[in-house]
Design a binder for this molecule. Structure first.
Ligand code: LIP
Length: 290
């Protein structure tokens, strides 16, 4: 188990996360080119990167290096700077790039400070983070032991997860990967989840889905294929709001499957999704829906 930084350091990490997420969020909104195109693609032809993903990550990298020299930085678009301090930053410069490409005003910047090795699944743990939704000027933030808040245009509200216990009455957020084969499996699973819950939301921004669970606007969340930078900041926000983000069987979240929520509804969602996922690989120790 990793050692937590002390309160003064946690406060500083939180302030840095908030400042950097806000600066990147303003950049991608204020300087979004009128005719934004795809710069290149990554894991599949639908996994796009725009010029603004790269600019946002460059700004985050420069600001983090200036404010916290010695910390490591790992970013979605390729940044990988080593850590001397034991603290690493995980940056998603635009979470919801497809929404951003289509000029739908629902996307976010996620900046988190973590301890442990963020290159290895389950070997790291977030200690402070900020998820900034620039359209609407909404900042979700938290640090370990400090509670989590949402701030919109100067109005700060503490976050608390919902209390619904019956999965059948839960509004469930989810998302899909970019690879066609993964989507085919994930589509078959969601088709069986849908009749057993209030409804499904697929809004395209994992970090915001998890923050919405923290806010009680979604009851639960599950997804396969999420990366560390998608979930790191929102993970602290959710847990400081009284919820849980976890992988299969109470382990830490992992790309194989990640679940968010609280109480019996979360347990029921995990049982349901794991059972459905096992149909694809009956003998696997841990189901993997990617
Ligand atoms: C996206 C997520 C989304 C998920 C997509 C993708 P990106 O992140 O936030 O919820 O379903 O597969 O990972 O690519 O926009 O940073």
């Amino acid at each position: 188990m990793e050692t937590l930084p002390d309160d003064a350091v946690l406060d500083e990490l939180l302030a840095v996360a908030v400042a950097v997420a806000r600066a990147c969020g303003r950049l991608i909104t204020d300087e979004r080119p009128r005719h934004l195109g795809v710069d290149h693609t990554k894991t599949s032809s639908t996994d796009v990167v725009t010029v603004m993903d790269a600019r946002s990550e460059a700004l985050a990298r420069a600001e983090l290096a200036r404010r916290r020299p010695g910390d490591g930085i790992v970013g979605e678009e390729g940044t990988d700077a080593p850590s001397d301090s034991g603290i690493w930053w995980l940056v998603d410069p635009i979470d919801g790039t497809a929404n951003y490409l289509y000029d739908m005003g629902y996307y976010a910047v996620s900046v988190a400070a973590v301890v442990g090795d963020p290159h290895v699944a389950r070997a790291w743990y977030p200690v402070a983070g900020a998820v900034y939704e620039p359209v609407g000027d909404t900042m979700y933030s938290a640090r370990r032991g400090g509670g989590s808040v949402v701030e919109t245009a100067g109005d700060r509200t503490p976050l608390a997860v919902g209390t619904r216990t019956d999965l059948a009455r839960c509004l469930v957020g989810t998302g899909f990967g970019y690879a066609a084969a993964s989507r085919a499996k994930q589509g078959r699973v969601v088709a069986e989840v849908l009749p057993r819950v209030r409804d499904i939301r697929r809004m395209g921004v994992a970090a915001l889905d998890i923050c919405h669970v923290a806010r009680g606007r979604l009851d639960c969340y599950y997804e396969a294929g999420v990366n560390a930078w998608d979930i790191a900041a929102a993970w602290v926000v959710l847990e400081e709001a009284g919820g849980v983000l976890r992988g299969v069987g109470g382990r830490r979240p992992a790309p194989s499957l990640t679940f968010g929520g609280q109480g019996p509804a979360l347990d029921a969602l995990e049982d349901l999704v794991v059972g459905l996922a096992r149909r694809f690989e009956p003998g696997a120790a841990e189901p993997d829906l990617r």
